[in-house]
Design a protein around this ligand. Structure first.
Ligand code: IPM
Ligand code: MG
Length: 366
């Protein structure tokens, strides 16, 4: 029986709630498919701070390094907001984790099922068939990591903060390669999003993407768009995009926009892949919902577990090469949510069935 070795980092607030259900769904599928799940749970984020004094404990890092993939929940929340910014769970756990494993390629599928178009803030007549696009976000460069990153008091007493945006050609080339691979598996259309009318890094970005695609994937139809226009086009007519690729900060913002036009942040999963291969020779990756810890609804049993469950599907696809099993989970989620099963997620406006019942409905469709 194939054994799947992965680390489970549930994190804070709704993180553990949706993780419990995702693992229950996963165990069910594993049994059907004859797969053995060998996972190790570890603390991260606020849980890391509370139990180990550190948002990303060394023991957690070790467990991740010994695994073939990381299934991640979400971190942070009001309990740790008083800590100095650099010690807060998001900055002290998630970002170092991405950097440590060089998880430079963040793949976020924006999918709105035709049956749920009423859940989107976009008028149904503009998206009669729903939405199906993919955001490829560079994840280990740009403003998030560039140095200097600091706050200083100037001689005149004024206070100054600086974040630094740096991109190297090699970093742009490798994320372009991911975007090309994704575009090839779909409509062979790629839109690169930048701010080349203002930013030096964007000028390099546009030049590098253009040259790389011309050289390595001339069959891909490449277009370019400024990020402000892209933000507007995404709500005007989302399906004009098929795959878009962009730098870290722009991708962070556009992917939240993409999530809300797709009905709910609770449906958006993501894969962060790196340069390293796991013990199976497949990409080592971190798989997580794109949403946060939702402290306001934590403990109520109403958080939408779909994004976490869909993250399991992405892990099966990318880090374990089990495309068929991944597709089965995705189909079961689709069936469950389009046949009227809704969580308390307000974006869906439907009857609240709760986290556990949602997972039950998915299991019933497997
Ligand atoms: C995301 C999140 C993170 C990010 C936060 C939690 C640091 O918003 O994955 O999109 O900004 O990358
Ligand atoms: Mg974000």
């Amino acid at each position: 029986m194939p054994t799947l070795k992965f680390a489970v980092l549930a994190g804070d607030y709704i993180g553990p709630e949706v993780m419990t259900e995702a693992l229950r769904v996963f165990e069910h599928v594993a049994k059907q498919e004859g797969l053995t799940l060998a996972y190790t749970k570890a603390d991260v984020g606020g849980a890391g701070i509370d139990n180990h004094g550190k948002a990303l404990p060394d023991s957690t890092l070790k467990i991740c390094a010994e695994s073939d993939a990381i299934l991640f929940g979400s971190v942070g929340g009001p309990k740790w907001e008083k800590l100095p910014p650099k010690e807060q769970p998001e900055r002290a756990a998630l970002l170092p984790l991405r950097k440590h494993f060089t998880l430079f390629a963040n793949i976020r599928p924006g999918l709105l099922y035709r049956e749920l178009t009423d859940a989107s803030p976009i008028k149904t007549e503009r998206i009669p068939d729903g939405i199906d696009i993919v955001c490829i976000r560079e994840l280990t460069g740009g403003l998030y990591f560039g140095l200097p990153k600091e706050t200083t008091t100037l001689p005149n007493g004024d206070v100054q903060s600086v974040d630094t945006m740096i991109y190297r050609k090699s970093e742009i080339e490798r994320i372009t390669a991911t975007a090309i691979a994704t575009a090839r598996s779909r409509k062979k259309k790629l839109c690169s999003v930048d701010k080349a009318n203002v930013l030096e890094t964007s000028v390099l970005w546009r030049k590098t993407v253009t040259e790389y695609v011309a050289k390595h994937a001339p069959e891909i139809e490449l277009s370019h768009m400024y990020v402000d226009n892209a933000a507007m086009q995404l709500v005007r007519s989302p399906n004009q995009f098929d795959v878009f690729v962009t730098e870290n900060m722009f991708g962070d913002i556009l992917s939240d926009e993409m999530a809300v036009i797709c009905g709910s942040l609770g449906m958006l999963s993501s894969a962060s892949l790196g340069a390293t291969k796991n013990s199976l020779g497949l990409p080592f990756g971190l798989f997580e919902p794109a949403g946060g810890t939702a402290p306001d609804i934590a403990g109520k049993g109403i958080a939408n577990p779909c994004a976490q469950i869909l993250s399991v599907a992405l892990m099966l696809r990318f880090s374990f090469g089990l495309e068929k099993v991944a597709t089965r989970i995705e189909a079961a989620v689709k069936k469950a949510v389009t046949s009227g099963t809704r969580t308390g997620d307000i974006a869906f406006g439907g009857k609240s069935v709760g986290t556990k019942a949602m997972a039950d409905a998915i299991i019933a469709n497997l």
